[in-house]
Write a protein that binds this ligand. Structure first.
Ligand code: COA
Length: 252
């Protein structure tokens, strides 16, 4: 896992890259631990406003390291526990979290994606869910997250059929936010991340928490939650600064 700060805006965007290329970025305890440590560091660093997870090599991730399945069966669950903690770490990350999927994503490489705020993919990316073929079932809450994003029947086809879904269809279905030519993916995602990073961090965090919280709420409950947050946001330093900047711009 290589952290890479985007310095053009004072290090506000931090790129992390999965880097277990020889195993197609399959998640073992080492890669999972490195990702979670890097997320913790980015969460604690006030200079970082947006994090992007990409990957080195031609594959985004081959999913959980298949040797973990045998280890679990043999009673060695510790390694697997670290890998299984990844979605909680992604969900708990308090700032905008983007994924840049440059190639095939398999298994966990797909089920982790709904926990991001946005997913950008190269035209060459693909998305495969082999769990059922492997005699397993889906994980990381994807029984709930995938139908929310793409619908239950599309999720069922992905799971039962286990053939790679191309990036364009994934975007049409809603699993992917936008698709770019591979050569442009990094710059395009950096540009979007920098646009996001311009917003005040406190408001970004609150907006993210509201979107998350609303997953299990009615519209009325979401409105009540928004009103609660807005009360403390009106006239806050971030709000005053942004409004003054807007008014000053209009006067010029
Ligand atoms: N766990 C462990 N090793 C993995 C892996 C995984 N999930 N995914 C890939 N690898 C390893 C391969 O075993 C191989 O190791 P080796 O060189 O020591 O033999 C190496 O990565 C290269 O993989 P290979 O299959 O030759 O690369 P490819 O470019 O032809 O295909 C993938 C890449 C990702 C499409 C393919 O490896 C794949 O489908 N992996 C997914 C395996 C899986 O079922 N994952 C889901 C777990 S729920």
């Amino acid at each position: 896992m290589l952290p890479e700060d985007l310095r053009s805006e004072g290090g506000v965007v931090r790129w992390l890259r999965l880097d277990r290329v020889e195993k197609k970025n399959a998640f073992d305890a080492g890669l999972a631990g490195a990702l979670m440590e890097a997320l913790e560091a980015a969460a604690a660093d006030d200079a970082v406003r947006v994090v992007v997870l990409g990957a080195n090599g031609d594959v985004f991730s081959g999913g959980a390291d298949v040797s973990l399945f045998l280890a679990i069966a043999q009673g060695q669950a510790e390694e697997a526990a670290k890998v299984r903690a990844v979605p909680d770490a992604l969900r708990a990350f308090p700032k905008p979290l983007l994924a840049a999927v440059q190639g095939p994503a398999v298994g966990m490489g797909v089920t982790m994606l709904p926990h991001f705020d946005a997913v950008y993919a190269a035209e060459e990316a693909s998305f495969t869910l082999p769990f059922v073929r492997l005699g397993l079932v889906q994980e990381f809450g994807s029984s709930a997250t995938l139908p929310r994003l793409i619908g239950r029947q599309r999720a069922a086809e992905l799971l039962y059929r286990a053939t790679p879904l191309d990036a364009e269809t994934a975007a049409e279905w809603g699993l992917v936010t936008r698709v770019f030519p591979r050569a442009e993916l990094r710059d395009a995602v950096s540009r979007i991340a920098l646009e996001i990073a311009v917003a005040p961090l406190g408001a970004l965090r609150e907006a993210k928490a509201l979107l998350r919280g609303a997953e299990g709420q009615s519209v009325e409950e979401a409105m009540a939650a928004e009103d609660g947050v807005l009360e403390s946001r009106y006239g806050s330093p971030e709000n005053v600064e942004a409004v003054q900047a807007f008014l000053a711009r209009k006067r010029r």
